[in-house]
Ligand binder design. Structure first.
Ligand SMILES: C[S@@+](CC[C@H](N)C(=O)[O-])C[C@H]1O[C@@H](n2cnc3c(N)ncnc32)[C@H](O)[C@@H]1O
Length: 244
């Protein structure tokens, strides 16, 4: 099922158009507004995203949006849950990674997106998210840093061992150095149930794949595999399972 959908969804957006949109928007951001979001220092990256307008974010995130439709399903293919789940999408931006989770996870699932920029959260809240069957799925968002205790949209702390799946795209591999990822993993581990899944992106600018695996395996996770959008992709999303 997943293999049939990936080509359909990624053909809806041209990779060439997405790539050029990103390069054009990023160039304009740097040269006309002095905003450079490519930082492994998490605070600097967050500040840069805060200065962006929504249409600028949609531009610089165009390639990421295309890649999400290939990377997340390739990882889910090895472990797609059959029963409804509670999933958390870390650093969800305006919901480009959330829409892929909504599309694939079982229809009764609940999905919570956590994102630092409140304007991105507002934009995500206005979107309609549809499961592949066309049904609406329960999606909520909260503006917060994922380096703090995870909370739901009403501000209540997520309970220990209450989450089935955590996802991250375009974040840890770009904007979290290993010391920040070591902070993040503790909260991911706290909220995940035993056997819960963590799909976490890695990349040279932030935390690379080897460092990510070391950090997660050091916190009681086993590595199930990994996925890229294409062989040219410089980022890899690693699929972990929390050991019992
Ligand atoms: C490249 S975007 C990826 C968005 C989305 N995951 C996607 O795949 O389309 C990275 C996002 O991470 C967010 N971010 C970075 N550091 C964060 C933090 N500590 N807590 C919450 N969000 C963060 C940024 O505000 C930005 O929206």
């Amino acid at each position: 099922m997943i293999r049939k959908i990936i080509p359909k969804k990624t053909l809806e957006q041209s990779i060439f158009a997405s790539f050029f949109r990103q390069v054009w928007t990023e160039g304009r951001l740097i040269f006309t507004r002095g905003i450079n979001f490519r930082s492994r220092d998490n605070q600097s990256a967050r500040e840069a995203y805060r200065k962006m307008q929504l249409r600028e974010f949609e531009g610089i995130n165009a390639r990421q949006r295309w890649a999400n439709w290939r990377t997340i399903p390739r990882n889910l293919e090895r472990c797609l849950p059959k029963e409804a789940v509670f999933a958390v999408d870390l650093c969800c931006g305006t919901g480009h990674s959330t829409e892929v989770l909504v599309y694939y996870l079982p229809v009764e699932s609940k999905i919570l997106g956590l994102e630092f920029n409140p304007d991105f959260v507002e934009s995500a809240r206005k979107k309609t998210f549809k499961h592949r069957t066309g049904k609406s799925v329960q999606v909520s968002f909260r503006a917060q840093s994922v380096l703090e205790t995870f909370r739901d949209s009403s501000g209540s702390e997520l309970a220990d061992a209450s989450v089935d799946l955590v996802n991250s795209c375009g974040a840890v591999g770009s904007h979290f150095d290993p010391s920040m990822t070591a902070v993040l993993v503790q909260e991911v581990s706290r909220v995940l149930k035993s056997g819960g899944l963590a799909l976490i992106d890695s990349g040279l600018p932030g935390t690379n794949k080897k460092q990510l695996v070391e950090i997660f395996e050091g916190h009681g996770f086993e590595t199930l595999g990994s996925a890229k959008s294409s062989i040219l992709d410089l980022f890899t999303q690693v699929c972990f399972r929390k050991k019992s």
